[in-house]
Design a protein around this ligand. Structure first.
Ligand SMILES: C[S@@+](CC[C@H](N)C(=O)[O-])C[C@H]1O[C@@H](n2cnc3c(N)ncnc32)[C@H](O)[C@@H]1O
Length: 339
């Protein structure tokens, strides 16, 4: 477990690691804030009033932005946080980090399109369910600066366009898969019809990522037009019943992205055993050491420490950028061809 998410780690270490390992290169603002917190004992003392699992940088910064903290240098942020600690800490206690990133569909799509259709999709850890619409988004796959492939839903171009850089021998989906049924489960599902929930999803997006913010708004509109049933509960307790509800004749795909890191090892192993037992295809997109059955089969290392591993039925097939911006397909031996 990373120090940034490990509740046993000292708060200053959690923030320093978050700055260096997670924010660097992705958010100059969060990198500066996290370094600033790590070096500021007064702010660390404030954050230490929260229960340890709630001291995560991503949660505290998102709660601050939810309450209007401006993008700024650390000095200004530190003062702002001290002045707004009551509301920020209440939001940290009542909310959790559950970023819902439809962009992740861009890295799931080639694997989904290669399966025999039609598909019945079940997302475990669905948050608000925005990754349940891979057939409703448009995709712009890039090779370097060139558009290598553009894909649209059967009904025509989508208001949500997902950009993704491709490397490696990616199987080329010629069209989007047919999805005949979709459903999800989440411990703490967010309601797309609730403005406060949507505002929280917005606050979870890092400051400089305006493209993701615009995409969130468009994806929320799209999903509201076709709401997928999402049940509240633990994925281990609910997944089997959801699989039983899937229509006959469809390939049932159980998938998850950025979820299993929240489970302890016993729960992750229980879920893995369920996936091997049920008549489903299992598509996993998680950090490289999160799913033991996938990690054991890895024969290459992702280029970046933050990269996820995409695995079908526990077999690694690609490395992916955590928000779906890039996909590096592995060769048939699971090795990583030159980029
Ligand atoms: C970081 S979010 C990812 C959401 C979505 N999969 C995506 O990629 O956009 C992780 C989600 O997993 C959910 N989650 C964590 N542990 C869970 C569990 N044991 N059962 C069900 N959902 C869980 C959280 O509530 C949260 O909504």
């Amino acid at each position: 477990m990373r120090a940034s998410t490990d509740p046993r780690a000292a708060t200053a270490d959690r923030y320093r690691e978050f700055a260096d390992m997670e924010a660097r290169g992705l958010s100059a603002c969060y990198e500066a804030w996290a370094h600033g917190v790590a070096d500021d004992p007064a702010t660390v003392a404030l954050i230490d009033r929260l229960p340890a699992p709630k001291r995560q940088p991503n949660l505290v910064f998102s709660a601050a932005r939810f309450h209007g903290a401006p993008v700024s240098e650390y000095g200004e942020f530190g003062s702002w946080l001290a002045g707004h600690w009551a509301v920020v800490s209440a939001t940290c206690l009542s909310h959790s980090t559950q970023t819902n990133e439809p962009g992740r569909c861009a890295v799931l799509l080639p694997a989904l399109a290669a399966l025999p259709g039609p598909l019945a999709l079940i997302e475990v850890g669905a948050s608000a369910g925005l990754c349940l619409y891979p057939d409703r988004y448009s995709y712009r796959y890039l090779a370097g600066d060139e558009v290598e492939r553009m894909l649209h839903p059967a009904a025509g171009p989508s208001p949500v366009v997902l950009d993704c850089s491709l490397t490696g021998p990616v199987p080329g989906p010629a069209e989007l898969p047919e999805v005949v049924w979709r459903a999800g489960v989440d411990l703490n599902l967010l309601d797309l019809f609730d403005q406060a929930d949507v505002a929280w999803l917005d606050a979870l997006i890092w400051p400089e990522h305006d493209d993701r913010r615009a995409r969130l708004r468009a994806a929320v509109q799209l999903a509201r037009a076709e709401p997928a049933p999402i049940v509240r509960g633990d994925l281990n307790d609910q997944v089997e019943a959801l699989v039983a509800r899937a229509p006959a004749g469809a390939t049932v795909v159980v998938f998850h992205t950025a979820v299993l890191a929240y489970l302890d090892e016993a729960a992750a192993r229980r879920f893995t055993a369920t996936m091997h037992r049920l008549p489903v295809r299992w598509l996993s997109n998680e950090g490289r050491s999160v799913v033991p059955a996938v990690t054991e089969r890895l024969r290459a290392r992702p280029a970046a420490s933050t990269d996820f591993v995409l695995a079908l039925d526990a077999e690694p097939i690609a490395f992916t950028e955590p928000h779906g911006r890039a996909l590096h397909w592995l060769d048939e031996r699971g090795s990583s061809p030159r980029r």
